[in-house]
Design a protein around this ligand. Structure first.
Ligand code: NAP
Length: 269
C-alpha cells in the first residue's frame, strides 16, 4: 500500500499532531489514515491495546504513529489516552472525538446499563477527552472535531438513547466552541449511515439483511450509504487552516436525510 501524499496541496498537515479516538476501525480508521496521508503525526486509539495494535499493523506503511489505547468510558481512561498522545508528540494540534457506541432497542428494553454505556462513551468520554486536550490545543491554536450523527439532528425511532447522546454532542460542540474561542475551534460532523461494523452488525441481525441494507440506502434522498472516506474528507477540512473561520458548526453528511421530509411534496399535505 503506497501512502497517498497530500503534502504541498490544500490539506497539508505536515508535522501536525493529531489524536483520533476510535481509530482502530470504521470511520476513525480512515480519518487517521487520511491525516497520515496529509503528513500528520497520528495517535491511533482503540479501547484496548489489541485493537489499537491491529490498526497500527494495518497502517504499517506509515511512519509517525503512536498507539494510545484506553477506555473512553472512564475519566481516567480519557486522560490516559490524551496524555499518551501529548507525551509522544510533545503537544497536540487536533483532537478528533470519534469513538462511539450505538445500539437499537425499543424504549421498553432500554435499561440503566445501556443508558450508562451510551452516555459514558458518547458524551462523558468525549467531554473528558476535550478537557484533557484543551490546555495543549490552546498552546497550539488547535482544534477539535467531534463526530455526531444525523440521529442527533432528527429523531429516529428505535435508537432513542443514541439520539439523545448525539444531540448532546452537537450542542456540547457549540457550547465548547464559544467557551474556548478564540484559541481553539470546535466543530462537529454528523454522518448519516456509513458503511462500518456499526451498521453491518445491526443489519446482520435482521431477518432479511439484504432488504435491510436496501432500506438503509433508501432512507437517504441520495439513496446511498456513505463511505468512511467521505466522512474523513470533511473532518480534515474542518481541522485544516482552510476552515479557520468556522467554529461551533455541525456539518451533516447524510445524503440529505436531515434536509426535511421527502414524502411531503409541495402543498399536497
Ligand atoms: P465502529 O466501527 O463501531 O467503531 C467504533 C470505534 O469506537 C472503535 O474504534 C472502538 O474501539 C471505539 N470504542 C467504542 N467504545 C469504546 C470505549 N469504551 N473506549 C474506547 N474506544 C471505544 O463505529 P463507526 O461506525 O466507525 O462510528 C464512529 C463514530 O461515528 C461513532 O461516534 C458513531 O456514533 C458515529 N456514526 C456512525 C455512523 C455509521 O453509520 N456507522 C453514523 C453516524 C455516526 P474498539 O475497536 O477497541 O472496539
Amino acid at each position: 500500500m503506497k501512502p497517498r501524499n497530500f503534502r504541498g496541496y490544500d490539506l497539508d498537515f505536515t508535522d501536525k499532531r493529531v489524536l483520533v479516538t476510535g481509530s482502530s476501525r470504521g470511520i476513525g480508521f480512515d480519518i487517521a489514515k487520511m491525516f497520515l496521508d496529509a503528513g500528520a503525526r497520528v495517535a491511533i486509539h482503540g479501547s484496548t491495546e489489541k485493537s489499537a495494535g491491529a490498526a497500527m499493523e494495518r497502517l504499517a506503511d506509515y511512519e509517525h504513529m503512536v498507539a494510545a489505547p484506553g477506555d473512553i468510558g472512564t475519566v481516567a481512561g480519557c486522560e490516559s489516552v490524551v496524555a499518551t498522545a501529548i507525551e509522544a508528540f510533545g503537544g497536540l494540534d487536533v483532537l478528533v472525538n470519534n469513538a462511539g457506541v450505538g445500539a437499537g432497542r425499543p424504549i421498553a428494553d432500554c435499561d440503566e446499563a445501556m443508558w450508562d454505556a451510551h452516555c459514558d462513551v458518547n458524551l462523558k468520554g468525549l467531554f473528558f477527552c476535550c478537557r484533557a486536550a484543551i490546555p495543549e490545543l490552546t498552546k497550539s491554536n488547535g482544534n477539535i472535531v467531534n463526530i455526531g450523527s444525523d440521529a442527533g439532528i432528527h429523531g429516529c425511532p428505535g435508537i432513542t438513547v443514541y439520539c439523545a447522546t448525539k444531540a448532546g454532542v452537537i450542542n456540547m460542540s457549540r457550547a465548547m466552541a464559544l467557551e474556548i474561542a478564540p484559541d481553539v475551534r470546535v466543530n462537529c460532523v454528523c454522518p448519516g449511515y456509513v458503511d462500518t461494523d456499526m451498521i453491518r452488525l445491526s443489519v446482520k441481525k435482521k431477518a432479511d439483511p439484504e432488504a435491510a441494507w436496501q432500506r438503509m440506502k433508501d432512507y437517504s434522498p441520495l439513496r446511498r450509504i456513505a463511505s468512511t472516506e467521505e466522512i474523513a474528507y470533511a473532518v480534515l477540512y474542518l481541522a485544516s487552516d482552510k476552515a479557520r473561520n468556522i467554529t461551533g458548526t455541525s456539518l451533516a453528511i447524510d445524503g440529505g436525510t436531515t434536509a426535511g421530509d421527502k414524502t411531503i411534496v409541495g402543498k399536497n399535505i
